[in-house]
Design a protein around this ligand. Structure first.
Ligand SMILES: [Fe+2]
Length: 149
């Protein structure tokens, strides 16, 4: 089931919202790639793009938080670091999975295990963070122009 952007997801800053839209789009693409048995190549490419863009987005979000004097800045940065660690683990697992698909050494159940793990981590870390933790910035960001940062 794809995740669809709603106005309630907005944190009141155009740059951050724009990034979140793209991250949601990547999560949906990963979900789609997981539904195609033999498309481990696309899965790996999307996961790598998600990691690259998440790292870029976190830097941007942290910069905006600092400029906006967001009181939870330090704690939020720690969560970002933790998420990047989890994503790196997902990338390692997807890379192994892709290698096994390519050399024909996939073991029964491996695909379902990787798919479950990837979606669980994306939901728990990326989406949960974007939809819940980031939402706490909203009262601070709404005081500033929408294009702030
Ligand atoms: Fe964040």
């Amino acid at each position: 089931m794809p995740i669809v952007w709603r106005d309630q997801i907005s944190v009141g800053n155009d740059l951050i919202d724009q990034d979140h839209r793209y991250l949601i789009c990547l999560v949906n693409s990963i979900d789609l790639a997981l539904r195609h048995e033999d498309d481990s190549e696309s899965l790996l490419v999307f996961v790598q793009q998600l990691i690259a863009y998440t790292a870029f987005h976190f830097q941007r979000e942290e910069r905006i938080q600092k400029l906006a004097h967001y009181p939870q800045y330090e704690a939020h940065c720690r969560v970002h670091k933790e998420i990047l660690g989890h994503l790196a683990q997902v990338e390692r697992d997807v890379r192994d999975y892709h290698a096994h698909v390519q050399d024909g050494s996939l073991v029964p159940g491996e695909r379902d295990m990787v798919a479950g793990e990837v979606m669980q981590l994306l939901r728990d870390w990326v989406l949960d963070h974007v939809l819940k933790d980031d939402k706490r910035m909203e009262p601070y960001l709404r005081k500033l122009p929408a294009n702030f940062g």
